[in-house]
Ligand binder design. Sequence first.
Ligand SMILES: [Mn+2]
Length: 246
Amino acid sequence: MTVIAVPFHLDEHLPGLELPLAADHTIAPDLPPGTPWERMAALYEEVADEVAEQAGTGRVPVVVSGDCTTSLGVVAGLQRAGHDPHVVWFDAHGDVQTPQTSSSGYLGGFPLRQLVGGSDRTAPERLGLRPVPERDVVLVDARDLDPPEAQYLARSEIRRVPVDRVGDVGKPVYLHVDVDVTNPDDLPGLLFGAPGGPPLAAVTDAVRAVVAAGGVAAVGIACTYRQGSGAAPRLAELVEALSAAQ
Ligand SMILES: [Mn+2]
């Protein structure tokens, strides 16, 4: 296992982001001027390179960042290392927005749709990301969907499950955990906490099962909480379960 910290939220550097585990490498380049997606593409290019290098030597990269969009770089990196990863995506949200469907315009709501070949193509094209077939994606929980997301998912081959029904997700797998999948009662300080949802212990158990099944090629942890919220120390067991991937 190699822990790669990417202390950013979208294209904004967050040097004070509290991470739930110690980093072996930190990726924090100065980003070029440009649109947010152009700047993120430059950041994720470095992520993809580092992930490809680690995965190419048989290590499991654990990429810790402040959002879910960093996953574009992780999956591109696995592909560069010769993997065609399935994706299991724990998240309170669908992350399947497009520029046309998003009412808020929040770019952090796009990445799963980008991974399967849709939404904004700026970063995926620059990264050379090959679309992941929808049938190779498992979306876990996702209890807070906007109507266009619900409509898309209803006709998509993406499989949707609750945390206690994750089951076989295929191999190799990119295991993505947005910590906001957790019930906000268990994890104060979430940026976009969605009421309800599984207790932290149930999320941890589900992650442990995916890891135990083997084939996890990379892990992504989206630390979608406010800086200084004290959320990071609460994630110790979840992070330990994720860190067992090797
Ligand atoms: Mn997310």
